[in-house]
Design a protein around this ligand. Structure first.
Ligand SMILES: Cc1cc2nc3c(=O)[nH]c(=O)nc-3n(C[C@H](O)[C@H](O)[C@H](O)COP(=O)(O)OP(=O)(O)OC[C@H]3O[C@@H](n4cnc5c(N)ncnc54)[C@H](O)[C@@H]3O)c2cc1C
Length: 323
């Protein structure tokens, strides 16, 4: 099994996720997650804002199956919107529809999203729907289209690994969009598997939205893509107000600051909360070297033990299944 598949499988393991929630912050998760609660994330965002960096804040959580948990997440996001507004932070919201009940019932999820987007709209705050895996994609687009009939403070993400992405970006060209390579495991029927093909499509989508779209968030840690964008916007006289570079909290901090100093708009994706485990495992799945970037800070004897136990449990689980 490829390492990527291994980490993706781990990201879906509930028992390990619960253990991670209990011990993660003691072990050092705070280097990639900006706080366990609202107060802590506000401080992290303020520090980034002071460096001229905007933020998109994500209250961690996904694949929720209980209505009460989804309602709790909605209330937390409403409180986050209040805090961004009252603290006058340079920040907006990122959220995952599956955290707000998409896997329970689409109408229930839509009502939750409506309440969030409406309140954010009153506060002048933008809301971005993160794009999850392909079974949830069309439902997310449908809810977005419906909400956009009443609100213009809401947008989503286009994943360059999907064959259908060109059509989707054209369909949503009047929206503020984040363009990414794509983080989930998808089959070759619907997604490019080859890195070069993904990169080519990524650049084409970015160029299309920069020249035809409302506002483009280029979300990547890939300096080759970033350098190409810098060259492209220069050639096509695209003003810096029309796009931004987005990077994840804790990743390539030097590059974040450097881009901001060069006068580009930079927005850092700031996750917070206890439910950090699935998020982190996907980071390892897409680039196992990420483990090196955080090893010295996040991983120590204790965390290595947790990972070793996790890996052992996973292998054991698979062996048992096979029997
Ligand atoms: C702000 C943000 C929001 C996102 N939102 C979503 C979403 O809603 N849905 C979704 O599916 N995916 C999302 N993603 C994840 C995205 O789809 C990719 O999986 C992820 O960003 C990895 O691709 P990459 O473009 O960063 O570069 P990669 O393909 O991982 O790396 C390309 C090259 O860039 C360099 N590089 C990459 N990372 C580093 C590093 N940490 N340090 C040094 N060099 C590095 C290396 O040379 C590497 O070979 C998001 C990513 C970001 C940054």
């Amino acid at each position: 099994m490829a390492l990527r598949d291994f980490f993706i499988s781990l990201s879906e393991n509930e028992a390990i996720s619960t253990a991670a929630q209990n011990y993660g912050f003691k072990l050092g998760a705070q280097h990639i997650v900006a706080g366990a609660n609202l107060q802590e994330v506000i401080e992290s965002v303020r520090t980034l804002n002071e460096q001229g960096i905007a933020c998109t804040i994500d209250n961690l959580g996904e694949f929720v199956t209980e209505e009460a948990t989804a309602i709790q997440a909605k209330d937390e996001i409403l409180a986050l919107i209040e805090a961004i507004h009252s603290e006058q932070l340079n920040a907006h919201i990122s959220l995952k529809p599956s955290q707000l009940g998409l896997d329970i019932d689409i109408d229930f999820c839509y009502d939750n999203l409506h309440e969030i987007v409406e309140h954010a709209n009153e506060c002048g705050i933008f809301v971005n729907f993160d794009m999850e895996d392909s079974p949830r994609l069309q439902m997310t687009f449908d809810m977005l289209k419906e909400l956009q009939k009443s609100f213009n403070n809401v947008g989503t993400v286009i994943q360059a690994y999907l064959h259908r992405a060109k059509g989707d970006i054209e369909n949503f060209k009047d929206s503020r969009l984040r363009v990414v390579k794509g983080a989930y495991k998808e089959s070759e029927e619907i997604a490019y598997q080859d890195q070069l093909e993904i990169d080519i499509n990524f650049l084409e989508l970015i160029e299309y939205h920069l020249t035809h779209g409302l506002f483009t968030s280029i979300a990547t840690h890939d300096h080759n893509i970033i350098n190409h964008v810098k060259y492209f916007v220069e050639q096509y006289n695209i003003p810096k107000e029309k796009f931004e570079f987005q990077l994840l909290y804790g990743f390539r901090k030097d590059l974040q600051v450097e881009l901001a100093r060069e006068g580009y708009q930079v927005c850092v994706y700031v996750p917070y909360g206890e439910d950090w485990y699935g998020y982190f495992m996907r980071l390892l799945a897409e680039r196992p070297q990420n483990i090196n970037l955080v090893t010295k800070r996040v991983f120590n004897k204790k965390t290595n033990t947790v990972l070793a136990v996790a890996a052992g449990a996973f292998v054991l689980g698979r062996l048992t299944k096979r029997k």
